[in-house]
Design a binder for this molecule. Structure first.
Ligand code: IMP
Ligand code: MG
Length: 175
């Protein structure tokens, strides 16, 4: 099966506007805190880059990468980081920056791994929420857009490592 870019779901201007709104709320909420952004590679990289530069408060950033569990045929194994944070997380106010919450399995595992390191607080900021597909309960403190059950690419999100550079978020369609 081959795929092609379909309709634009969220144009660049709407993304940029929403990122500014999120950054404003986060800047207020963390005004007297010591904010540490944890960017989940690779999909959240572009969202993180815009979000952190729109904040009006100081912050630190670190990056993590997780083993993907999208393939149901993969053998069961303990979820783990393929890249762990290098900043000490104990006692920190952590805001996880994600591209999309789909079934929710990835973020649930990530939360457990981060929580085990004893942060002061741990919240989630996701650009996209594909809530229809949720399989496990996920608290989301900051959400950019609720989207329908479609496979989307652009603004960091990929299909086979393609399309991450697109400024809009578009639906991927069967060709
Ligand atoms: P979850 O564990 O099912 O919530 O999956 C989350 C991960 O699946 C995301 O971080 C993405 O890497 C990937 N993913 C889920 N839906 C999409 C999509 O529509 N486009 C691109 N990647 C997606
Ligand atoms: Mg991701």
């Amino acid at each position: 099966m081959s795929y092609r870019l379909g309709t634009v779901l969220i144009p660049e201007a709407a993304i940029q506007q929403r990122v500014r709104e999120l950054a404003q709320v986060i800047s207020q909420d963390y005004a007297d805190r010591d904010l540490l952004l944890i960017c989940v590679l690779k999909g959240a990289a572009i969202f993180w880059a815009d979000l952190c530069r729109a904040l009006s408060i100081p912050c630190q950033s670190d990056f993590v990468a997780m083993e993907s569990y999208g393939d149901a045929t993969a053998p069961q194994q303990e979820p783990h980081f393929t890249k762990a944070a290098t900043v000490a997380l104990t006692g920190r106010d952590i805001l996880v920056v994600e591209d999309i919450i789909d079934t929710g399995h990835t973020i649930v595992h990530l939360r457990q791994l981060l929580q085990a390191q004893g942060p002061r607080s741990l919240r989630l900021c996701t650009l996209l929420d594909k809530a229809e597909r949720r399989a496990v309960r996920v608290p989301i403190e900051y959400c950019g857009f609720l989207i329908p059950n479609a496979f989307v690419v652009g603004y960091g999100l990929d299909y086979a490592q393609q399309y991450r550079h697109l400024r809009d978020i578009a639906v991927l369609e069967a060709a």
